[in-house]
Ligand binder design. Structure first.
Ligand code: BTN
Length: 272
């Protein structure tokens, strides 16, 4: 740990104190110093009822990962690396749009508590001012007796040291730059967990359709020219997400709903 950082160390008691009572009853929060990946700590609980509501926070990840096998920059004592285990009743379809919904839950909480109006880049990146601030990695562990077990990983750049951030290949920012002050990670973790736990209960009852309107208000790609990777790649104008979380593209072949992939902007500058 770097000197001077200990007053902003993660502390399970402080995180729990920041949670509303109804959420405290649902979550079991554990704080680790160093892990490979917080998602992997929870994956080991696969098949166990204890997965539901288990939360792992870590000061540092040595094997932090993002979507598509990318590395997630996870230096010690700087950011938020958080995973939540959850079980949903039903078949795989009940998970449609889950990772987008979690992005919306996190963005709403950060706006409320830190006055930072984040945008959502399909499928599950958090953006501020054209730069990536965080991402969501949902891993489905499979069907256990008619239930879907998932691990939801949330990575937020919070107080990222410049020298560590230099290794990130895409434009990035962190929450302390956005708000202009060092961010209390325990308060942030409490706010994020409160929003996500409450949101997951709503998602279990109402699905993604409930979050679609939130998503559309924060849609970073809306109205912009994009290309979706694949063979062949698909180019067009992004025009929102449908009620399953698929990206809608207005292309020369008409309107398409893209269920998965990576969207790259073709224009530069903010959306009009
Ligand atoms: C992405 O944008 O590609 C998703 C990034 C997800 C990073 C988080 S950090 C906590 C959890 N543990 C991981 O190894 N990954 C996720």
């Amino acid at each position: 740990m770097m000197p001077g950082m200990d007053n902003n160390l993660l502390c399970a008691d402080r995180v729990i104190k920041a949670l509303p009572t109804e959420v405290r009853e649902v979550l079991q929060v554990a704080v680790y110093d160093t892990v490979g990946s917080t998602n992997d700590v929870l994956r080991e609980k696969k098949g166990q009822a204890a997965l539901h509501g288990a939360v792992v926070l870590a000061e540092q990840q040595t094997q932090g990962r993002g979507r598509r096998g990318r590395r997630w920059c996870s230096p010690a004592g700087a950011n938020l690396y958080c995973s939540i285990g959850w079980r949903f009743d039903g078949s795989l379809e009940v998970l449609a749009g889950l990772s987008l919904a979690v992005g919306a839950m996190v963005a709403e909480q950060i706006t409320t508590h830190f006055d930072a109006d984040l945008q959502l880049k399909w499928p599950n990146d958090l953006y501020y001012n054209e730069q990536k601030l965080g991402g969501i990695l949902v891993e489905v562990l499979g069907d256990v007796t008619g239930r879907q077990s998932v691990v939801i990983g949330i990575g937020l750049n919070v107080n990222m040291p410049e020298e560590e951030g230099a290794s990130i290949e895409r434009p990035w920012t962190d929450l302390s730059s956005v708000v202009g002050a060092e961010v209390d990670r325990n308060a942030l973790a409490g706010a994020v967990l409160a929003g996500v736990a409450g949101g997951l209960m709503q998602f279990a009852a109402l699905g993604f359709a409930h979050w679609q309107a939130v998503w559309r208000r924060r849609d970073y790609l809306s109205g912009r020219s994009v290309v979706i990777d694949g063979s062949p790649p698909i180019a067009g104008i992004a025009c929102g997400v449908n009620d399953c979380g698929a990206l809608l593209i207005e292309s020369t072949a008409g309107q398409l709903a893209i269920a998965g992939g990576e969207a790259t902007l073709l224009d530069i500058g903010p959306a009009s």
